[in-house]
Design a protein around this ligand. Structure first.
Ligand code: ACO
Length: 263
């Protein structure tokens, strides 16, 4: 698969197809589909660069981004051909750091407060696929889901932004157990651990996602942005800092709604 460099603006359909992706923007909802079902939606470096390009260029009125997978699996993780012949990774330490940072940009934009990101996960979500789901704000999973952090079994660490959300969701000890056994987590356990906010029968995943999206869009758009920003700050703040953040965000809302502070 090619590795197009992206100019400003959304990648076109051909560039997206090269990267194994499809993008549908319908008003306030953008749907990104991992679209290499014959490879179980294995992802290449090009996939992550294209995801970053999508994140940089979505229209300003997009409020919800749904990530889903075509075919039997959400994603089998990194395309293992990326490792063939040594992977062609840069040799210099700084270059390698910049190389991985570039790939991580395919994931970090999912945390931006301008939109809520929803992973619709069915079948296998392995390695980078699991991390992509972890990068989203809300995971809706089908009852056939199989999460697996396989990197340590392959001699690697999870480095595509997944370790922070994993630890925040399940705690350090459970995260250790999941990563260092590289075992599979099914739907029932995923829900119990907080890795899935919503579960649905396999045939009803799309409907569960559509219902969630409708509910998300029913909430005031400005309040949604401010609230996501506020909630994402909370784990890094002590109580006083978070109270201050609440006041700051609320002042912004009151100004927006009433054109000034009441009282
Ligand atoms: N990279 C490249 N090709 C892949 C990958 C992958 N990660 N996963 C599946 N494929 C290919 C298979 O080689 C196969 O190709 P073929 O039809 O030419 O033989 C095709 O996709 C279908 O795969 P199957 O194994 O036949 O599908 P099945 O549904 O039985 O199993 C599963 C799916 C469990 C995902 C299995 O393919 C698998 O274990 N894949 C490898 C997962 C992996 O180790 N990923 C890397 C994790 S680490 C990281 O992401 C950083």
């Amino acid at each position: 698969m090619g590795d197009a460099q992206y100019a400003a603006g959304l990648p076109d359909d051909a560039a997206l197809a090269e990267a194994g992706l499809r993008l549908d923007v319908d008003g306030a909802v953008a749907t990104v589909t991992l679209d290499r079902p014959e490879r179980r939606n294995a992802m290449t470096f090009a996939t992550w660069r294209a995801l970053a390009a999508i994140g940089r260029s979505l229209p300003a009125d997009v409020r919800v981004v749904v990530l889903r997978g075509e075919g039997p699996s959400f994603s089998a993780g990194i395309d293992l051909s990326m490792f063939s012949g040594g992977g062609g990774f840069p040799a210099g330490e700084d270059d390698l750091d910049a190389f991985i940072a570039d790939l991580q940009e395919g994931f970090t934009w999912l945390r931006r407060p301008e939109f809520v990101t929803v992973a619709a996960v069915h079948g296998h979500a392995i390695g980078a696929g699991f991390q992509l789901a972890l990068g989203c704000d809300i995971r809706v999973v089908a009852d056939d889901v199989k999460f697996c952090m396989k990197e340590p079994a392959l001699g690697l660490v999870p480095d595509l932004t997944g370790t922070k959300p994993l630890v925040e969701i399940v705690g350090v000890n459970r995260a250790l157990e999941l990563c260092l056994t590289a075992r599979t987590v099914g739907a029932e356990e995923a829900a119990r651990l907080g890795l899935a906010e919503i579960t649905a029968p396999a045939g009803e995943l799309d409907k569960a996602v559509a219902d969630l999206v409708a509910s998300l869009l029913a909430v005031n758009a400005g309040a949604a942005v401010a609230t996501k920003r506020l909630l994402l700050e909370a784990p890094g703040n002590d109580l006083a800092a978070q109270c201050a953040a609440e006041r700051r965000e609320q002042a912004g809302r009151l100004r927006e709604m009433f054109g000034g502070l009441p009282g």
